[in-house]
Design a protein around this ligand. Structure first.
Ligand code: SAH
Length: 220
């Protein structure tokens, strides 16, 4: 059984830690009312994450069902993956802590939703999504199987590229110029190192409340 390969066992421990973090914050935010919630597409995108994250890794580790897609992965790569996984777990936990009561699994606005721009949100707008990209990379580096290893990346790419613009539009609608100003200072997944790359929208003054501009998402 693949579970006797140490990197696989370490990966499973990481997966349990990731689930425990999620479970803890789902419980903590359970009673918080949502004032605006997104649609079925959100549910489909979330459901598409279930097999790559929670189903394929245990199938690969505990059964021979996916063995047709096994391949050789050098040990240093697998251990480098473990380091990436630890970074991902830290960022996953930290972004939940920093978002606090404003966090939700799907795209939502909570009652008295506040714009968070402290902690890891001081540097990047999507640290939780950055942690999931890192998780997808770590899973690919640690599990020596094409399906169990690399399936998170395409599933999360669909989620990220569909959800992220909608989320930024929602934040713009809710927080207007405050969000635009925040977006001017931050990068999406990587900290903004220079002001030189500022997009044109960031330099414009705020549009009036009736204008569509107010809700157009940042372009970078
Ligand atoms: N995209 C962020 C948050 C993911 S959780 C990240 O990757 O870290 C998704 C929820 O967070 C959304 O429903 C949205 O309402 C909320 N959200 C996203 N950015 C926020 C911010 N800066 N302040 C407050 N809430 C935010």
């Amino acid at each position: 059984m693949n579970v006797f390969q140490l990197p696989n066992a370490v990966f499973l421990v990481g997966l349990v830690v990731q689930c425990a973090i999620r479970y803890h914050f789902v419980q903590r935010t359970k009673s918080k009312k949502s004032v605006r919630q997104f649609d079925r597409l959100e549910k489909i995108l979330l459901a598409a994450m279930f097999p790559p994250v929670l189903l394929l890794p245990p199938l690969y580790v505990f059964t021979p069902l996916l063995s047709f897609a096994d391949y050789h992965l050098a040990s240093p790569i697998r251990w480098a993956g473990a380091v990436v996984m630890v970074g991902s777990l830290w960022l996953f936990w930290r972004s939940h802590v920093d978002l606090g009561k404003n966090w939700s699994v799907s795209l939502e606005l909570r009652e008295n939703h506040e714009l968070v721009s402290h902690g890891v949100y001081r540097w990047i707008r999507h640290p939780m999504y950055a942690s999931i990209w890192l998780w997808g990379l770590a899973q690919g580096m640690m599990l020596a199987n094409w399906f169990a290893g690399w399936s998170v990346i395409p599933a999360f790419a669909a989620m990220y590229f569909i959800r992220m613009p909608r989320e930024e539009r929602l934040m713009c609608e809710q927080f207007g110029e405050s969000y635009r100003e925040y977006a001017r200072r931050t990068g999406r997944l990587f900290p903004r190192l220079t002001n030189a790359a500022q997009p044109a929208w960031a330099l414009k003054p705020a549009a009036g409340p009736a204008s569509n501009e107010e809700s157009s998402p940042p372009s970078q």
